[in-house]
Design a protein around this ligand. Structure first.
Ligand code: SF4
Ligand code: SF4
Length: 198
């Protein structure tokens, strides 16, 4: 039999009175390394702008546009996520998605790893192409301040949101100045401004 050396005995005795080197999780609170990035989670501030989807390396974020019901869903599939934190880094408003320090993420059903946010989608009044979410446009108008007045369709939308104006004519005729006040995609707006309203 091999007897413990004096140094080992001293070490064992000292450890009886010192704090444990390991954490007592799940019976105690887990401590995170400051470099731990965590898990991406959508926040209420999310604009539904698609920037995070563009940069997500494994394609863990998808955009689903329902033009008919004017809804956009931004969906995050955590089973594809590599927790790189790029979505948080590029987030347009800075607070739309946050890496939260969570690590107990095992689930029985992969569907439990899917998270989404839904936003109202604004579509072109002429061709029906999706433009952006209402929340994104209102956020942009706020950032642009007086420069936002360059797009009268969006100005009307902001004023409607404030309850200052009521519904405006949505029919696009391409021969009236009124078309400038409708919400159009860049292609239709280009047609109204450069060709048909002159
Ligand atoms: S952390 Fe990285 S991989 Fe995960 S959703 Fe964000 S960008 Fe995609
Ligand atoms: S606001 Fe941020 S989290 Fe929301 S879609 Fe845009 S980039 Fe993604």
């Amino acid at each position: 039999m091999r007897y413990p050396k004096l140094r080992e005995l001293r070490e064992a005795f000292k450890n009886i009175f010192t704090r444990a080197a390991t954490v007592r999780y799940p019976y105690g609170k887990a401590e995170f390394h400051p470099g731990y990035r965590g898990k991406p989670e959508f926040q209420d501030e999310c604009l539904g702008c698609t920037a995070c989807m563009e940069v997500c390396p494994p394609g863990a974020i998808e955009i689903v546009d329902d033009v008919e019901n004017r809804k956009r869903r931004v969906v995050r599939y955590f089973d594809r996520c590599i927790t790189c934190g790029e979505c948080e880094r590029v987030c347009t408003c800075g607070n739309g998605i946050k890496m939260v320090p969570e690590f107990a993420m095992a689930v029985y059903d992969r569907k439990d790893l899917v998270e989404s946010v839904e936003r109202e989608l604004i579509v072109c009044e002429n061709c029906g192409r999706p433009i952006a979410t209402k929340k994104h446009i209102l956020w942009l108008m706020d950032q642009l301040e007086e420069k936002g007045a360059a797009n009268m369709g969006f100005v009307i939308m902001s004023l409607k949101e404030l309850g200052i104006v009521e519904e405006v004519e949505k029919k696009v005729s391409f021969d009236k100045r009124q078309d400038l006040f409708t919400i159009l995609c860049p292609r239709c707006k280009h047609r109204v401004i450069l060709y048909d309203s002159l």
